[in-house]
Design a protein around this ligand. Structure first.
Ligand code: GSH
Length: 292
């Protein structure tokens, strides 16, 4: 393992392209597109440009849940955006999301396509549009929105903070890992206490607050991100574990996790999704077998 070098910040920060971190090749200090590339558009009302990461699967899980409830207007094409290759900096993607991060949704259901970016805004947009997975009772709705926005503000400490320094940084920095492990464990404890008295994030109803939180915090418990379940003693958060396993068992969650996925077993990777039958016929194991 490399040692953290001594560092004295210069007067003015300079971009070091070779910082050695896992995503050093795609990170840059400027916004905007780097190349011209139009986005493909399929036949369904919802066009999703994404990847099977925790932020991406929030949206595919919700779309699959909406379809399972019979909302045909939630039919979607899911196009992969390979962030490792810099696809998020193509001109078409930047038009859909000026922030250059997946997921981005183009809603083609109205007279002109409408863009929605930020996973929290996308799940809220879809929940409002279909009047589902968001309580309409004015006494319950604020609790759901509070946890949804809590997730959007908190998960970057888990991903960009803890995950980065524990897993992706080119050397281990005890100070940084301690700082973010402390915060992530506080978040896990918060969820564990909350889920002691609540079946779901907002009481007895499964909502977009669960759909947004599970891909991050459930993944820690199930050891699906950063290989850190043991380090964080994730198994000790029993109520969080109960909620995690309950949501993991949902069919729509299983399908949502497969979409735009490029890792794990080939039969669980549906890299592009254009039809409900794709889960049976277009998984990566079948695509590779057909190539012979
Ligand atoms: N707050 C954003 C975060 C999205 C995000 O960080 N996406 C990552 C993948 S999970 C990404 O596209 N990274 C590419 C990059 O930073 O260039 C959201 O929730 O939609």
């Amino acid at each position: 393992m490399n040692e953290a070098p001594a560092y004295l910040p210069p007067k003015v920060w300079q971009w070091d392209k070779e910082n050695g971190g896992k995503f050093a090749n795609i990170n840059r200090p400027t916004a905007g597109s780097t190349h011209d590339k139009a986005l493909p558009v399929g036949k369904h009302p919802m066009q999703l440009y994404s990847l099977g990461t925790p932020n991406g699967v929030k949206v595919t899980i919700l779309l699959e849940e909406l379809l399972a409830l019979g909302h045909a207007g939630a039919e979607y094409d899911a196009w992969p955006i390979n962030i490792g290759d810099g696809n998020q900096f193509g001109s078409g993607f930047v038009e859909a999301n000026p922030n250059s991060k997946i997921p981005a949704l183009m809603d083609h259901s109205g007279s002109t396509p409408v863009r929605v970016f930020e996973s929290g805004a996308i799940v809220l947009h879809l929940a409002e549009k279909f009047d589902a997975f968001l309580p309409s009772d004015p006494n319950k709705r604020p609790e759901c929105l509070s946890w949804l926005f809590w997730q959007m503000g908190s998960a970057p400490f888990l991903g960009g903070g803890f995950g980065h320094f524990y897993s992706y940084a080119p050397f281990k920095i005890e100070y940084s890992i301690n700082r973010y492990a402390m915060e992530v464990k506080r978040q896990l404890d918060l969820l564990n206490r909350h889920l002691a008295d609540n079946q779901y994030m907002c009481g007895d109803e499964y909502t977009i607050a669960d759909i947004a939180s599970w891909p991050w915090y459930g993944a820690v418990v199930l050891n699906r991100v950063y290989d850190a379940a043991e380090f964080l003693d994730a198994g000790s958060y029993k109520n969080l574990g109960r909620w995690t396993h309950e949501i993991d068992a949902r069919d729509a969650v299983r399908r949502g996790r497969m979409v735009n996925r490029y890792s794990g077993p080939l039969e669980e990777q549906l890299r592009e999704r254009h039809d409900a039958t794709d889960f049976e016929s277009k998984t990566q194991d079948k695509i590779e077998a057909s190539k012979g």
